[in-house]
Design a protein. Structure first.
Length: 223
């Protein structure tokens, strides 16, 4: 059975319509309508299959779900260098926010020192979804013990008018407020961000259960 046939077994036409509205920049005829749990299951099958390498090399894919499965498969590769080789090969083909956002390679958490130069390069990329992925990896991996005050500067310095890029910048700063309040709040006090991003980040922080009520009230005053 081909991957396409396997996806057809799981497709849901009503869910397809929902997904088409969620990712309006993706041609609706390329969306089959497969739910994420089913795709993760299929990705595991592909990962364990002798056809894994052939699938990863078969770019570009035709269907939205194939791209999601591709990143799910990459995320399961435990060797950092092998994983990064596949990430680098695939990022230029990422064409929407769900593909950029839903997979986090397991190998990254154990290799922050090796990962950081890639993140810097991705954030600097002119390809929207490469930059979005880089910002998300900085958010996921470097707001904990390995945080440095220079890292939010990488995100604040990223400029662009694309909606999905600006949303990711706002998401980063809303999350940073929750995890690194003292180091992050000056970006709002000094209005270091694009006005739209500034307001959206405050909105997301105010809606977050991880931000204290006192901090929420202060952020509201900075709108």
């Amino acid at each position: 059975m081909t991957l396409y046939e396997r996806l057809l077994e799981e497709k849901d036409d009503a869910y397809r319509e929902f997904q088409a509205r969620l990712v309006p920049n993706v041609p609706p005829e390329t969306i089959l309508g497969v739910r994420t749990p089913a795709m993760r299951k299929i990705a595991k099958e592909v990962f364990e299959s002798p056809d894994r390498e052939a699938f990863l090399n078969d770019l570009p894919h035709r269907y939205y779900e194939e791209n999601l499965i591709h990143f799910f498969v990459i995320a399961m590769i435990r060797d950092f260098d092998a994983c990064m080789q596949e990430v680098e090969a695939f990022l230029p083909y990422v064409d929407c926010w769900p593909v950029s956002d839903q997979a986090t390679p397991k190998a990254f958490a154990r290799n922050h020192q090796k990962l950081l130069p890639y993140i810097r390069k991705w954030i600097a990329s002119e390809h929207v979804y490469t930059a979005r992925f880089g910002i998300r990896m900085l958010m996921n991996e470097f707001l904990g013990e390995d945080f440095r005050e220079e890292y939010p500067e990488l995100v604040a310095g990223k400029k662009g008018e694309d909606y999905y890029l600006k949303m990711m910048i706002a998401w980063y700063f809303a999350t940073a407020i929750a995890k690194r309040y003292e180091e992050t709040v000056p970006y709002f006090e000094n209005r270091r961000l694009d006005e739209w991003v500034h307001r959206k980040a405050i909105q997301k922080a105010v809606e977050s259960y991880r931000v204290t009520e006192a901090h929420k009230e202060y952020l509201k005053s900075l709108r």
